[in-house]
Write a protein that binds this ligand. Structure first.
Ligand code: PLP
Length: 284
């Protein structure tokens, strides 16, 4: 049985509980991070903690503890659950309080939960060789997508629409431009230039995105951070996504239209390789 961390305790998962009055449960008043584990080590930890602090600050919450203390919990769970490859999920909510739209007193104890999910073959995912197919859907999420809240119902609906259409994911479109995938950032490659939407409140500022763009620049690849349309994506040479759990994953079809050759492209393959190599080196 897995060991789960809840508010200072390491518990068997069937004893890990939070209050029905938790604001994460009642109002989605909580933020989260998902960090991957390769070879038993944590990938891009600093980036995830920085973003956690930012998400909390945007919602008027403090960090529940120091980055060092958070790292200790991550490592303890990896050890206790013997995770070689997998994910660590972290959630911080505003805590339990009488149901009221107004935030409770600032000294209300936050709820801090972490758990692991073993995922053998994360780095060696077969889909990296075959590529994924996506459909497009309108982006109907709220306007502060840069805050990583647990308010994930629309992305879940998007995943189900993709599943029903027999594909792997959905790219969301707003005002004629692609924002991002349901749980990943979206990219196209045209004439050797990597194009991905600029940062703003419309997308999540992916930790993998930041690293991949830095590696692309180091490798002398051209990068443009700007909005792109679905038509542009369908006419691109390549497409791919990034996220903490998929790293870099090629996209080979959008709304039934093959992208480029319809096979995973060389830019995505190269970036995946660089990202995995560099991340493994920097893992903690
Ligand atoms: N965009 C959305 C909407 C996400 O949910 C995620 C990850 O969960 C990402 C992008 C990718 O972010 P990261 O690379 O930090 O995992």
């Amino acid at each position: 049985m897995r060991t789960v961390y809840v508010n200072g305790d390491y518990l068997p998962e069937d004893q890990a509980k939070v209050s029905v009055f938790d604001r994460g449960f009642l109002f989605a008043d909580a933020v989260y991070e998902v960090t991957s584990v390769l070879d038993g080590k944590i990938i891009a930890f600093d980036g995830h903690v920085e973003r956690l602090a930012r998400s909390l600050a945007e919602l008027g919450m403090d960090m529940p503890m120091s980055p060092e203390a958070l790292l200790d919990i991550h490592r303890e769970l990896v050890a206790r659950n013997a995770i070689d490859e997998g994910l660590i999920y972290l959630q911080v909510s505003r805590g339990a309080a009488d149901r009221d739209f107004a935030y409770p007193a600032a000294d209300t104890p936050q709820t801090v939960v972490l758990f692991t999910q073993a995922k053998a073959g994360l780095a060696d995912a077969p889909m990296a060789k075959t590529g994924m197919k996506v459909i497009s859907i309108p982006d109907r999420r709220w306007g502060r997508r840069d805050i990583k809240t647990v308010q994930l119902l629309y992305p879940s609906m998007g995943k189900m629409l993709a599943k029903d259409a027999g594909v792997h994911d959905a790219w969301m479109v707003e005002d004629g431009a692609v924002t991002e995938g349901t749980s990943n950032n979206a990219y196209i490659v045209k004439d050797g230039t990597i194009i991905t939407r600029h940062l703003g409140e419309e997308i999540l500022h992916g930790i993998t995105r930041k690293a991949v763009l830095a590696y692309a620049a180091e490798a002398q690849m051209k990068v443009e951070e700007r909005a792109f349309t679905l038509a542009e994506a369908q006419a691109a040479d390549e497409a791919f996504i990034t996220s903490a759990s998929t790293f870099v994953m090629p996209v080979v079809e959008i709304d039934g239209v093959p992208v480029g050759s319809g096979e995973p492209g060389p830019v995505a393959a190269r970036l995946r390789e660089i990202y995995l190599d560099e991340s493994r080196k920097a893992a903690v």
